[in-house]
Design a protein around this ligand. Structure first.
Ligand SMILES: Nc1ncnc2c1ncn2[C@@H]1O[C@H](COP(=O)(O)OP(=O)(O)OP(=O)(O)O)[C@@H](O)[C@H]1O
Ligand SMILES: [Mg+2]
Length: 320
């Protein structure tokens, strides 16, 4: 297995008390595979990504779990080893690519800096490598554009530059794309998803694709994990999750989507996600769940295995 995350838990100790925005999540990813992570805003998707790369901002801490990359636990690695891992093997494309670029340097310099982390190259070969990376993310006339500053480029092109920075390593194994398309318009989004797919086919990295956009997830992902209030509540093959969800939260999320050939008023999920400083004792979705019983309000449900690759944390997951 390329990447195995086991029982990963992040804790914040703040003035308001203790909270666990990532509360014991587990999943695995094979080479060339794409895992989607979906869920409402604030459920812990980005924090999970940061935890996998050991970039949780203070006062947050990883308090439990394992992150096994090719069998080695990154949570036990030294800081120096971890920098190597981030430079060579695991990389993240950020939610806001514009914010991740430095406005005062030409984009060529910024891509070059990312290359230098993993490879020592003479200036001429470095420049060639930078151009090659920009071409790889389909930036037209890359050789002229290395001197441009971020503000001279369109949103879509900046997104590609941010992509080139994440793909700078020759031996990228895992790429985490966190909401890579929210800042872009629809056509540019579609192109970017195509690009991700092509690059994955070329390089063969495992991709973790974090998104609100179930349409994009359906197009890109082999399997999906649904997060709610710091926990994964359902995981399964993408088709199964979309067509036969078993967790009431997954069902509610899908009910919010417009369906083709169906005129239906979109219903947002009633109620709000729980306050992370005071999660309810039982199932965290119970206060909003139409199916909830006394049991749901008092005891957190274990995962019920529905199929070989499909499980859901619901007391009633076996009801259809
Ligand atoms: N510095 C912090 N101190 C305490 N809690 C924090 C801190 N930063 C983030 N959190 C909490 O972590 C939780 C998860 O946040 P995260 O950014 O992972 O959500 P998300 O699922 O990525 O949401 P979105 O879809 O909006 O990007 C949130 O409830 C947030 O309040
Ligand atoms: Mg986020």
């Amino acid at each position: 297995m390329l990447l195995e995350v086991k029982n990963l838990r992040v804790q914040f100790d703040t003035l308001m008390g203790l909270s666990s925005p990532v509360d014991g999540i587990s999943f695995s990813l094979e080479k060339g595979e794409t895992l989607g992570i979906v869920g409402e805003s604030g459920c812990g998707k980005s924090m999970s990504a940061s935890a996998i790369l050991r970039l949780v901002p203070p006062p947050g801490r990883i308090v439990d779990g394992e992150v096994l990359l090719d069998g080695t636990d990154l949570l036990k690695a030294s800081a120096a080893n971890m920098r190597q891992v981030r430079g060579h093997y695991m990389s993240m494309v950020l939610q806001d690519p514009v914010a991740s670029l430095n406005p005062v340097f030409p984009i060529g310099n910024q891509v070059a800096e990312a290359v230098t982390v993993s490879q020592r190259l003479r200036r001429r070969s470095l420049k060639e490598k930078v151009i090659e990376l920009l071409q790889r993310v389909r930036i037209p006339s890359a050789e002229n554009r290395i001197y441009e500053y971020p503000h001279q480029m369109s949103g879509g092109m900046r997104q590609r530059v941010a992509g080139a920075i994440s793909f700078a390593s020759n031996d990228l194994k895992v790429l985490i794309a966190d909401e890579p398309t929210t800042a872009l318009d629809v056509t540019v989004q579609a192109q970017y998803l195509d690009l991700l797919k092509e690059l994955q086919a070329d390089v063969g990295f495992g991709l973790i694709f974090i998104s609100h956009d179930i349409g994009a997830v359906a197009e890109l992902c082999d399997k999906v994990s649904v997060m709610y209030a710091g926990k994964i509540v359902e995981t399964g093959p993408t088709r199964t999750i979309i067509n036969h969800p078993r967790h009431p939260y997954t069902k509610a999320l899908l009910d919010c989507l417009p369906r083709l050939n169906e005129v239906k008023r979109l219903e947002p999920i009633g109620g709000e996600p729980p306050n992370p400083f005071a999660f309810p004792p039982g199932c965290r979705f119970a206060p909003r769940c139409p199916r909830a019983t006394e049991l749901c309000h008092t005891q957190y449900p274990d995962f019920v295995q529905i199929d070989e690759n499909h499980d859901a944390a619901c007391w009633y997951a076996n009801e259809s």
